[in-house]
Every structure is written in C-alpha cells, then in structure tokens.
Design a protein around this ligand. Structure first.
Ligand SMILES: *Cc1c(COP(=O)(O)O)cnc(C)c1O
Length: 402
C-alpha cells in the first residue's frame, strides 16, 4: 500500500540538515516540473546544475530502461561493459589517461586529494602533504573535502579536522606565490566557483597557478563538479581557459541526475593508486555508467555546446531588461549556463527571500550564498521556457522590491 505523504512529514522523519521548500514535485519533463497539486513550474535550478538535459530526456530514459533489464551491479571485483566504454570516452574527449568512478562530487574530490597526497608520498617523500585551496570554494561534505573547502562555517563543530591545509584568497596569484613551497602536494580550485557566488577564475590566475604548480611539483586539481559537463559552454571549463590540470573531478551535470562521480587523471599520477589503495563498492556500476555515457555523448555535440552561448545571451539580455526597470542587481556573471545575479547592497542577504517569491511565481531558481541568485538550467532549455521563466522572474522581482 502506498502512503500519502505531505511536506510536513519531512520535519518528522528526516534528519534536519535540510530545509526543503514547501512543494513536493512529482513529475518533470524537459524544463518543466509539476508538484503534488498539479502546479507547473519552470526549472532554472536544474537540481543544482545536475539535470543538464532537463527531466525525463527520452534518450536517458531509454538507456536506463534498457540497462535496468540487463545488469545493475557487480562491485569492482569485476569490471563491466558500460564502465569501460565510458572510461574510454572520457579519455578520448579530455586530457585524461585514466579514470576512477564513484557516486558523487564529494567522493570524486576525496579520491583526488588522496591521490595527490599518495603521489607526492611515492615520489617526493612524506614531508610533501600540504594542500592549498581557495576561500569561498566548495569541494563536498566529507570531512576531508569540507575541510579543504573555503568556508569555515561548514567545518564548525566537526573537528579535529585533517591537517596540512591552507586557504588563500581566490584569483590572487601573489598570495599563492608566497604560500606555495616544496611541501605543497596539491592545489585544488574550481574554474568557476559555484557555491561561493559564481566567481570565474581569471585566465591569468589560472595560468599562473599552473606555472607555480609545475615549479613546485604540486598536482593541480580542477574541481569541475559544477563547472564541467558543458555548463560553461565548453565540455569542461579548463578547455576554455587553455590550462590543463593533472586531475579533474566531475559529477553533478555529467550524471543527468543518476548518482555518479568520476576522477580523471594523467597516467603519471594515476599510477599511485595501486591495487588496494582506494575504492567504492557501487562506483562505476553499470546503471550509472550507461546513463552517463549517454549524457556525455549528447553534451559533446558541437551543436549543443554552441547553443549554450546563444541561450546565455537570451538569459542575460532578459535579465538586463528586468534590471533596467527594477534596479535590483549589481552584476550578472558566470559562464555559459551558470549564471550568477548579485543583489544590490540594498537587498544584501536577501537571496533566499527572492527564491521563495520566485517559487510562488512558478519558477525554480537557486542561490549561491546569501547575496547571489543562481540559475543552472538544463543545457537544452527551450527558448520559450527561458522567456516564460524570465517573465515569472520579473513578477517575483517586482514583489521582492515592493
Ligand atoms: C556540488 C559540488 C561538490 C559536491 O558534490 P556532491 O555530489 O554533493 O558530493 C563538489 N564540488 C563542487 C564544485 C560542487 O559544486
């Protein structure tokens, strides 16, 4: 028997680490979502940059159906066809020589950080363990990744946290120059900081980071969990920056919504994960890998990637029009379909209020910190839905500033 559930049940049976909105969506198609009452929403949130091909994409549905009737799981005691096909595609389409599969972005970063330490240990000795990351960065919620992340509020009360971590200001090459040394084993950065407020790394900074890493034999890790999988308009954001990392992590958008994460690495560095050093029971399972293979095929298309810039333009033009009338935002930033709208000082700290009002106006959006509204829609959101969503957004903005 199916029990009828309401939002109130969440507050009784779930651990209270989330505060979900009051609606419960039950169905999605493309960039539209319906809740329990049949109310329709335009989706500019994309499940936090995860539903990169919208909801219930026919090709993804078909792949999942087909694979679900063949084989779900084996564990890594055996390999499987979808995992091998997918790994080969990642190696063909990116800098990577080797691939490690897991189930989330946090796990992919956990693997990347462990691999960087192990590589330094193997080649340079046990004094080379320091990891440099950047303030306002976000790398996941495991104790290691949350400690490497640049927001102290996320580690408060969870100590003692892992040691050997240094946090520096983002886009500040001088600070890195001063902090990096022979003891540094890795520098980890997001090519576009997501949770921290949609802040792109400058090309000069990124190139400088690469150079300093080379000078000090430090591994450069790009966390592309949010910026990757076509989101920036390139298949991975590093491709648009002209800087190649040693390790790259991907999850969120590459999964299309089926839990998945991966760490991509060069041959030289990957070699340090010898048999027994790391693992994940469900990592690389056939269900996830077959879905991700289909996502990767679809988002690699030139036509899709080119479409992203046109869609961004449509968003920014519409947003600027709204802002001319209502003067609510300081700046629109980001790349591709990762769009940050920073609120004017008069509305500082009020992103959550606008988010709730948008929902009342049938629009799902995100925030990135308390001052920034974030859009991370489907990469193939129809122009019609962009226009309709922006119309809803304008209504929300009008109510918000009233
Ligand atoms: C979301 C995110 C993560 C964490 O991914 P999970 O799948 O939630 O573990 C890590 N890094 C970045 C840049 C992210 O945006």
């Amino acid at each position: 028997m199916t029990i009828k559930v309401k939002r109130a049940l969440f507050d009784k049976v779930m651990v209270p680490n989330y505060a979900p909105l009051q609606i419960i969506p039950v169905k999605g198609k493309g960039s539209r979502v319906w809740d329990q009452n049949g109310t329709q929403f335009i989706d500019f949130a994309g499940g936090i940059a995860v539903s990169s091909l919208g909801h219930a994409h026919p090709k993804l549905v078909n792949t999942l159906k087909q694979q679900s009737e063949k084989l779900w799981h084996l564990s890594n005691v055996m390999t499987n066809e979808p995992a091998l096909r997918l790994a080969q595609k990642f190696c063909q389409k990116t800098f990577a020589d080797r691939v490690y599969f897991c189930n989330s972005g946090g796990e992919a970063n956990e693997a990347a950080l462990k691999l960087a330490r192990r590589y330094a240990f193997d080649h340079f000795g046990d004094h080379k363990y320091e990891i440099i990351s950047f303030r306002e960065s976000f790398h996941g919620r495991t104790l290691f990744t949350v400690s490497v992340g640049g927001q102290p509020k996320y580690t408060e009360g969870f100590g003692p946290i892992p040691g050997g971590l240094t946090h520096l200001p983002f886009n500040d090459l001088k600070a890195l120059q001063q902090a990096i040394s022979g003891r540094t084993c890795a520098v980890i950065m997001e090519p576009i900081q997501g949770e921290g407020g949609i802040i792109p790394a400058t090309t000069a900074f990124t190139k400088g980071v690469r150079k300093l890493c080379d000078q000090h034999n430090a591994v450069l890790i790009f966390d592309e969990v949010q910026s990757g999988a076509g989101r920036s308009g390139d298949l991975y954001a590093y491709m648009g920056l002209g800087v190649v990392p040693d390790i790259l992590t991907t999850a969120k958008g590459i999964s299309g919504g089926f839990p998945f994460g991966a760490m991509l690495a060069s041959e030289k560095i990957a070699k340090s994960f010898i048999v027994g050093t790391h693992g994940s029971t469900c990592g690389g399972n056939p269900l996830a890998c077959s879905v991700v293979e289909t996502v990767l095929d679809l988002i690699s298309s030139k036509k899709l990637l080119n479409g992203i810039q046109a869609k961004r333009k449509r968003f920014i033009t519409g947003l600027k029009k709204i802002n001319q009338k209502h003067n609510t935002f300081k700046e629109f930033r980001g790349k591709g379909l990762l769009i940050g709208c920073e609120l004017n000082d008069a509305y500082k700290g009020k992103a959550r209020v606008l988010l709730s009002i948008a929902l009342e106006n049938n629009l799902m959006i995100l925030m990135a910190g308390a001052d920034v509204i974030r859009f991370a829609p489907s990469l193939i959101i129809p122009d019609n839905d962009i226009d309709q969503g922006l119309e809803n957004f304008e209504k929300a903005v009008e109510q918000f500033i009233r």
